[in-house]
Design a protein around this ligand. Structure first.
Ligand SMILES: Nc1ncnc2c1ncn2[C@@H]1O[C@H](COP(=O)(O)OP(=O)(O)OP(=O)(O)O)[C@@H](O)[C@H]1O
Ligand SMILES: [Mg+2]
Length: 462
């Protein structure tokens, strides 16, 4: 059994440290023992200990003094104090300075194992979280690729908003149009990337949580605010102080919570659940929505006052099919991006016909769909040049249908086309248009109900 974790023991009582050493090694930890206090900080640093078990009273330098030194050096090492007195007073003092826990002698070995295990587990989780945060941030584009007129306008607008440090921004657009990318871009413009002070960027998906949980996530709660709130918890607004909070899918927020959010936007303060103190929060709020908020207001699902509060600085990201000139740029960008990411450079580019098909395609999933397609090409394609026959069938089928008859005829692409794909796509579209009503769908295709059902079976759609 091998566990991760390096534990440094510093105790002048040989007997005690021997027992600890053996027990912890038996648990699978790496353990180092020392009883000399002089210059011990260097040894701890050099060995890169995860945990220091530190005796509070030793001849020579006291444990407290060493603890202060360790804390002042801002090491990763977490300190657990070993105290002989059961008054626990000195232990409490040590924890105020920065020790994470204490163990009173004579100790129960099981207790030691539990304390050590818990601390290492927490440390591990922290590392994991910061790793994942970083990986996620890396995977997100901060640069908004595009040169179309619409994108150019968005970029200038965004620069002005960032310069003025506006307090709230609403970003709308279909799924995959880059709402989060633009939000991160704004954050970067406002707070810089390499600023010495770290400006947090916090995202909350308003659709992902039940209302009560979302409320306590956003605003935090005091200790004892409700039955299982054993500790005080800061809300995400507080966490985002001095930076940006991204409220994703704001349209999904319940009305009662919307009014609390409105208050925060107006007062620029939050009150934790169960608390009565107003806490100033200087944050930029960016809200996103892929549904039409004006319609949502009309239906009574979104508060009009909140909409007015958010809407002075709004950005609309048009779908990719409405800014086709960005498509070649994005194709190049993501081809290079994934070539680099996977160290695989089989695919060099697109044939003119394939590029034309990709430009004409309607991209229902917008940039996300394009990005995913490019990732697939780079990883799986064996040909240097992507030709129409390498494209997913729906891309080519789409075109024949979308182009409609020209001079009374549908245009057959050079590369040919599967009639089945065209049929299947039209059937799916008819179902979508008719809200899955088969009779209506059949009418749209000018076929009988029975043959429509036959077609569904044939294509495995029913
Ligand atoms: N203009 C762009 N330049 C480069 N990459 C982009 C651009 N727009 C979107 N992307 C990429 O497309 C993917 C989807 O973008 P993003 O998550 O910002 O979309 P969204 O509008 O927030 O979608 P949803 O509504 O589904 O959350 C991301 O991987 C992002 O990196
Ligand atoms: Mg998003």
């Amino acid at each position: 059994m091998s566990k991760k974790g390096k534990i440094f023991l510093l105790d002048d009582e040989e007997l005690i440290s021997d027992v600890l050493l053996r027990a912890l090694r038996n648990e699978g930890y790496e353990v180092m023992k020392e009883n000399e206090t002089d210059g011990v900080e260097e040894k701890i640093m050099a060995w890169d200990a995860d945990i220091l078990l530190l005796d509070i009273s030793m001849p020579g330098r006291s444990g407290m003094e060493i603890l202060k030194e360790i804390i002042s050096r801002n090491l990763q090492t977490q300190v657990i104090m070993l105290t002989a007195d059961d008054t626990a007073e000195s232990a409490v003092a040590a924890m105020k300075i920065g020790a994470v826990d204490y163990i009173t002698k004579p100790f129960d070995m099981d207790e030691v194992k539990i304390v050590v295990g818990n601390i290492l587990e927490k440390q591990e989780l922290k590392k994991e979280v910061s790793f994942l945060r970083k990986a996620y941030a890396d995977s997100m584009e901060r640069e908004f690729i595009g040169e179309s007129k619409a994108v150019k306008e968005i970029k200038t607008t965004v620069e002005k908003m960032a310069q003025a440090k506006v307090g709230s921004i609403l970003v709308t657009g279909e799924s995959g149009t880059g709402k989060e990318v633009i939000a991160r871009h704004i954050h970067q413009l406002m707070f810089g990337l390499d600023s010495s002070r770290y400006a947090p960027f916090v995202t909350v998906n308003c659709a992902a949580m039940p209302e009560a949980l979302l409320e306590s996530e956003l605003f935090g709660h005091e200790k004892g605010a409700f039955t299982d709130s054993k500790t005080l918890k800061k809300g995400l607004f507080e966490e985002a102080k001095g930076g940006t909070i991204l409220l994703d899918e704001i349209s999904e927020m319940k009305l009662s919570l919307q009014s609390k959010l409105l208050r925060v936007l107006e007062e620029r303060t939050v009150r934790r659940i169960g608390g009565n103190q107003e806490i100033k929060v200087n944050v930029t709020v960016i809200a996103t929505s892929n549904v039409n908020l004006i319609e949502a207001v009309g239906k009574g699902n979104f508060r009009q006052d909140l909409f007015f509060r958010l809407s002075p600085f709004y950005l609309y990201l048009p779908p990719l099919r409405e800014r086709k000139s960005d498509i070649p740029l994005l194709l190049d960008y993501y081809l290079a991006h994934f070539t680099n990411k996977y160290h695989k450079n089989t695919v060099k580019g697109f044939s003119p016909e394939a590029e034309r098909l990709l430009i004409n395609y309607h991209w229902p999933g917008n940039v996300r769909e394009l990005k995913n397609l490019l990732e697939r090409f780079v990883v799986l394609e064996n040909n240097e040049i992507i030709r129409p026959e390498h494209l997913p069938h729906w891309v080519s089928a789409q075109e024949v249908i979308a182009s409609g008859p020209v001079g009374g005829r549908y245009i057959l692409p050079e590369s040919g086309i599967s009639l089945d794909d065209v049929e299947r796509d039209l059937i799916i579209q008819a179902l979508e248009k008719s809200n899955q009503n088969m009779a209506q769908a059949a009418k749209l295709l000018n076929i009988t109900y029975d043959s429509f059902r036959y077609q569904l079976k044939k294509f495995g759609l029913k």
